[in-house]
Design a protein around this ligand. Structure first.
Ligand code: COA
Length: 324
């Protein structure tokens, strides 16, 4: 299959070939509804089989990315063409700098988008006679084994957090045993982050599709003392990371290292960050070793910086940049 990206005017004949059949003839929308003024500002995609246009989609950036008009000719369905179109579109968006991707799925197609990493992010509504639902792409980055996906505003994700963060073995390293998090607290703490009311982006780590931990990343200011230790060099996009593996069976098996490498590559290679900081407490040797293996270098020790189990502890500030 060949996939082409272009403007509406470049691909118009082929777009019309598919949209007229799928949306007008098959689904009964009017031409006025299927073609609109937004078409000219969208990036258009056409998929071809043996030079015949068989599928289309479009995307546009308007604060977030929006994908729409996804359609495959009836006689070519069931051949994974829709999946390939969506993957190509997501990759294209990621190559253009990424960001939040939203779409409005027909309710019947919800499962198709879920399998691609989208999840429902609002109420069902009627458009014409067809029920639709807003969906958001929630995968930040992934490889064969690991998926880092945005945390969702749902009980399942809050329960993961309260289960992990009520376990003293984990709290000893993350948050403190005097600070267990129950379900209510998990909702209070993480909902503002999920809903974008905080600068922190909260994510769940999945290993072989099992949720095993939590990672958050955020743009942050460089503290004056750290700036000094960096020789005064200015960075435009400094980011911070925090994480824990919540499933104890997954500790000391290289999972943490693989997760940190994955997100560091994602943030640096897409030029989202130009430097990434992590700040383990100086006694947390396993965490420090894990970050060293991911290319982080020690920058400074900030003394008595973090209150942990009733005592102010020292943090080792470590950093990685694209060239370090
Ligand atoms: C820190 C954490 C994310 C690391 O993930 P992980 O999957 O367990 O780590 P990895 O297996 O990838 O790497 C750990 C490394 O530390 C080493 N290590 C383990 N315990 C150690 C110790 N006490 N002293 C020194 N090194 C230690 C391991 O041998 C391994 O290094 P190696 O590959 O050179 O042998 C995870 O253990 C965790 O969630 N811990 C609890 C919460 C936490 O500390 N979060 C970090 C807050 S900054």
């Amino acid at each position: 299959m060949v996939i082409k990206f272009g403007s509406f005017s470049e691909l118009e004949k082929d777009i019309r070939y598919v949209r007229d059949r799928v949306f007008v003839a098959e689904q009964g929308w009017s031409a006025g509804e299927v073609y609109d003024a937004a078409d000219s500002s969208c990036i258009q995609l056409v998929a071809y089989r043996d030079e015949t246009p068989v599928g289309v989609a479009r995307c546009v950036f308007d604060e977030d990315w929006h994908i729409g008009r996804v359609g495959v000719l009836k006689e070519f369905r069931g051949l994974h063409i829709g999946v390939e179109i969506m993957r190509a579109m997501i990759e294209h968006i990621s190559a253009l700098g990424g960001g939040e991707i939203l779409l409005h799925s027909q309710l019947e197609r919800q499962g198709f988008y879920e399998a691609l990493g989208f999840s429902v992010c609002g109420e069902t509504y009627l458009q014409g006679k067809i029920e639709h639902v807003p969906m958001r792409y929630n995968i930040v980055c992934q490889n064969d084994k690991i998926t880092i996906r945005k945390m969702e505003d749902c009980t399942a994700d809050y329960s993961l957090m309260s289960n992990w963060l009520s376990n003293p073995v984990i709290l000893e390293y993350y948050g403190g045993r005097d600070n267990p998090i129950n379900l209510q607290k998990a909702i209070e703490k993480y909902r503002p982050r999920i809903c974008g009311d905080s600068y922190v982006i909260p994510c769940i780590i999945e290993y072989d599709k099992t949720a095993v931990g939590y990672i958050q990343y955020y743009k942050e200011d460089v503290e004056p003392l750290v700036r000094e230790s960096l020789g005064g060099r200015e960075y435009q996009n400094p980011y911070g990371l925090d994480l824990f593996i919540g499933e104890l069976d997954y500790w000391n098996k290289g999972v943490g290292t693989a997760v940190v490498k994955l997100i560091v590559d994602y943030l640096l290679q897409n030029s989202i960050a130009d430097i990434i900081f992590i700040d383990p407490q100086t006694w947390n040797k396993r965490a420090i070793r894990c970050y060293e293996k991911c290319g982080f270098k020690p920058i400074a020790v900030l003394e008595k910086r973090e209150l942990h189990e009733g005592e102010y502890k020292d943090n080792l500030i470590m950093a990685v940049t694209a060239v370090s």
